[in-house]
Design a binder for this molecule. Structure first.
Ligand code: PMP
Length: 418
């Protein structure tokens, strides 16, 4: 034991003398980014080899699933928050609360960017959205409020609830298309409601107190801007401007509108195609100029329904963000649940790409479009999120069987051969 004690003493002494020289850590901008928000955007463009080789048309996907919050919505959350900060509506590290009604991705992105900047997130979600996203939100420390399934309520309902919650917390309403001058300050309540201090609520922004902020992704044009200034210019850079078509689904419409506007400005001949899931009315709006949902005849209760296993795209009203790009959408394809499911399984088997439902939907539309294009043409689409977010619905064989949706990968081979 004496020998052990001496050994221990010597070991400690040797460790003490062999101290590691301490140098200041230099972070070079090309090697590291300053925090999590630095990981947002600048996503790679990936060639979808199996489809491109079979078609003789190059199909590229913007790998948005590589964003830190796992989806294209990270860009939007960051832009919405930073625009609000620039307008003095939010101040970092004040514990202000971001409110949003979302089927998931935007909530996860708001929670992610929020934590990095010192905000909380309060997310209102329909109860029929895949539980995977709820779990992620909870791990990110967001408050999750679940409302009845989106398939039985007006889609506006959960979005409006988010608006109301933000207002209850002390929101300064930000009207659509607003400038700082347009900000409507609520004068009906005082700071007492929230903080017990006797100052008017609108001073919160000035005094950097925690307050509620309704992100409003459907109507807030910061959503469009995220893609107009980010996604679009990145695609132009990555393709050297050699891009013939852009394909995207639309939920809020931010992606298709903002990206297309940037692309068409540089490439006027570019064709923009909407990929629309079953039950969505956008297809009809683009094709016939009239917004009508496929289930409209079944009554008003189902008027706003988008009844599909594809999450995040398809809607039965015209949002401000969709409106911003509507005029530049040239065509639309309807994609069935069965086709999107088949595409997702096909891509895992042939490309090692594990994608979410809206990405699969986009790629079905890309194949249809490629069939109409000359060999060597280039199509770009968005790979919105990964399959990991869709384990319990879109990627669950049991769920699909229960809802009568076939898993028939042969559909894609047929589509390619047609
Ligand atoms: N894919 C997924 C997974 C989404 O959550 C969303 C957003 N609702 C979209 C696509 C559609 O994007 P946008 O809202 O920009 O139309």
């Amino acid at each position: 034991s004496t020998r052990l004690a001496i050994f221990a003493q010597e070991w400690r002494r040797s460790r003490a003398t062999k101290s590691i020289p301490r140098r200041p850590i230099e972070v070079r901008s090309d090697e590291a980014v300053p925090g999590v928000v630095g990981l947002i955007g600048n996503t790679p463009l990936v060639r979808i080899n199996s489809l491109s080789d079979a078609l003789g048309v190059d199909i590229f996907g913007k790998a948005e699933f590589l964003n830190p919050g796992g989806s294209v919505k990270d860009r939007v959350a960051l832009r919405i928050i930073e625009d609000a900060e620039a307008r003095g509506l939010l101040h970092p590290h004040t514990g202000s609360v971001l409110f949003e009604g979302t089927v998931g991705s935007t909530g996860i992105s708001l929670a992610t960017v929020g934590k990095a900047k010192g905000y909380e997130a309060h997310i209102i979600m329909p109860s029929d959205v895949a539980i995977d996203k709820v779990l992620v939100l909870e791990r990110l420390g967001a408050t999750v409020e679940r409302v009845p399934p989106v398939s039985i309520v007006d889609q506006n309902q959960f979005v409006n609830l988010a608006r109301r919650r933000a207002h209850e917390f002390g929101n300064v309403d930000l009207p659509t298309n607003s400038t700082t001058d347009d900000i409507v300050v609520s004068t009906t309540a005082t700071d007492d409601d929230v903080h017990g201090a006797p100052t008017p609520r609108h001073r919160d922004a000035v005094e950097h107190k925690p307050r509620g902020f309704f992100a409003d992704q459907f109507e807030n044009s910061s959503n469009f801007d995220a893609h107009f200034r980010g996604t679009g210019p990145e695609i132009l850079r990555q393709t050297g401007g050699h891009v013939d078509a852009f394909v995207s689904g639309a939920g809020t419409g931010g992606t298709i509108s903002g990206t297309s506007a940037a692309l068409k400005r540089a490439v006027p001949d570019l064709k923009v195609v909407l990929a629309d899931p079953e039950g969505s009315g956008l297809f009809n709006k683009v094709k016939y100029g009239v917004m009508f949902a496929s289930q409209e005849s079944e009554g008003t209760k189902r008027r706003h329904q988008v009844d599909t296993v594809v999450e995040g795209i398809g809607i039965n009203r015209i949002t401000h963000n969709f409106e911003l790009g509507e005029a530049i959408i040239d065509d639309a394809y309807r994609v069935t649940d069965a086709e999107a499911v088949a595409m997702s399984r096909y891509l895992v088997a042939n490309d090692g790409l594990f994608l979410g439902s809206s990405s699969a939907c986009n790629l079905v539309a890309c194949v249809r479009l490629a069939k109409t294009m000359p060999r060597g043409a280039r199509i770009v689409t968005i790979l919105c999120d990964s399959g990991a977010r869709h384990q319990t619905k879109f990627w669950s064989d049991e769920y699909l069987a229960k809802h009568g949706i076939p898993i028939d990968v042969g559909m894609i081979a047929d589509l390619l051969a047609a």
